[in-house]
Design a protein around this ligand. Structure first.
Ligand code: SAM
Length: 359
């Protein structure tokens, strides 16, 4: 056999292996919608005790249709998200899956990632036009599942790492924050990181800047709810023009590569910091060469970058489009060209690189 339009032979074993992989991907993509539904309707939470449950009992517990639940349960069992006892006709959400799917504050909580995917499917027609025109699609032009999904997916990661390991990895910053420092969280989105820092460092004052008003309104609400509304000012602002020039600490969480003019933002940060201040840049984990990112995590980041980060940057002035897999060399050159004299990778996790820049 050869492929149509070519004389290249088809290797049956390779074809078979690819079809197996693609079938698994089709299953995962289809099941993703069921995860969204399970999250929104509280079905995973109703099974969080990891005890066997029948579809009838689950229907009583949730008030949902038994017939739909039975099909949903079997899809989850086929996907390896649940176990099935054929003798008892019961389904169990194992404790590990419960931690990932039903416990909002667990460090491995995943439903936010599926909410992000929902927005990307909604936004596919806009992105198809952008592929043709080369124009951008602004962060603000996406379905609202993107902002909420990002907050829900990133917050557990920040809860697990920001105060425990990222800030302590920076030179002298933790001590300053404990004593009382002036802090800006730029591109703060729904404010998960700002709120976390405000709770951890009660002597410090916090400013959250973002250009997206809708996100800031949700950030203010969340800060009030967390009891730190008085200690954070969320203001609409561009990263290259936010107010103030005496910050001890400025943080950018997963947003420098989304900006149209990251160099302009870096130059502004350099002016806005005190001479002994620190800029922390949290970016998605990435190697410098594309092939270093051709792995399961890079697959997620390159896909999100195609649909979200590159179009967001192209929608802004300059349109540098660094992409979510920019890598250390590119970030270093943006930062040092802006006037920072010191730049280092302070720490990392499987999902993030954390850089420290000093004027
Ligand atoms: C991926 S989200 C990250 C949000 C938040 N930092 C977090 O980690 O949850 C990127 C954020 O950058 C913001 N952003 C993008 N370009 C910006 C710019 N030029 N100035 C200010 N904010 C910007 C977006 O509005 C969005 O909230």
């Amino acid at each position: 056999m050869s492929a149509p339009g070519t004389t290249l032979p088809i290797d049956e074993a390779k074809l078979h292996a690819f079809m197996e992989k693609a079938v698994a991907d089709i299953g995962a993509a289809t099941h993703a919608v069921l995860i969204l539904i399970g999250d929104r309707l509280g079905i995973f939470k109703a099974m969080a005790d990891s005890q066997p449950v029948s579809s009838e009992e689950l229907a009583r517990r949730t008030g949902l249709s038994e017939r739909y639940l039975r099909e949903w349960l079997n899809a989850n069992a086929a996907s390896g998200y649940m176990t099935y006892d054929s003798a008892q006709k019961t389904y169990t959400l194992p404790p590990e899956q419960a931690l990932a799917l039903a416990v909002e504050d667990s460090p491995v909580y995943l439903p936010g990632a599926f909410q992000i995917m929902s927005s990307l499917y909604h936004d596919a027609p806009k992105l198809e036009s952008a592929f043709r025109s080369g124009e951008g699609v602004g962060w603000h032009e996406h379905h609202h599942d993107l902002y909420q999904g990002v907050e829900r997916f990133f917050r557990p990661n920040y809860n697990a790492n920001l105060v425990a390991s990222w800030i302590p990895a920076l030179d002298g910053v933790e001590q300053k924050l404990k004593r009382g420092a002036k802090v800006a969280d730029v591109g703060c989105g729904l404010g998960a990181s700002t709120i976390l820092m405000a709770k951890a460092y009660p002597n410090s004052s916090f400013f959250g800047f973002d250009y997206h008003n809708e996100s800031l309104a949700l950030a203010r609400e969340a800060a009030e709810k967390a009891g730190v509304g008085e200690r954070i000012r969320f203001e609409i602002s561009q990263a290259k023009s936010f107010p103030g020039n005496d910050y001890d600490f400025i943080a950018f969480f997963d947003c420098l590569h989304d900006m149209g003019d990251p160099s302009g933002a870096a130059a502004h940060v350099c002016k806005a910091l005190k001479p002994d201040g620190t800029w922390m840049i949290v970016e998605p984990f990435a190697g410098d060469a594309p092939e270093a990112n051709h792995n399961p995590i890079g697959r997620i980041f390159y896909s999100a970058s195609t649909l979200c980060c590159v179009p967001a940057s192209l929608a802004q002035e300059v349109g540098a489009a660094l992409g979510a897999q920019a890598g250390e060399q590119k970030i270093r050159s943006v930062v040092t060209a802006a006037g920072f004299t010191r730049f280092r990778r302070a720490t990392e996790t499987p999902f993030n690189l954390v850089y420290e820049a000093r004027p």
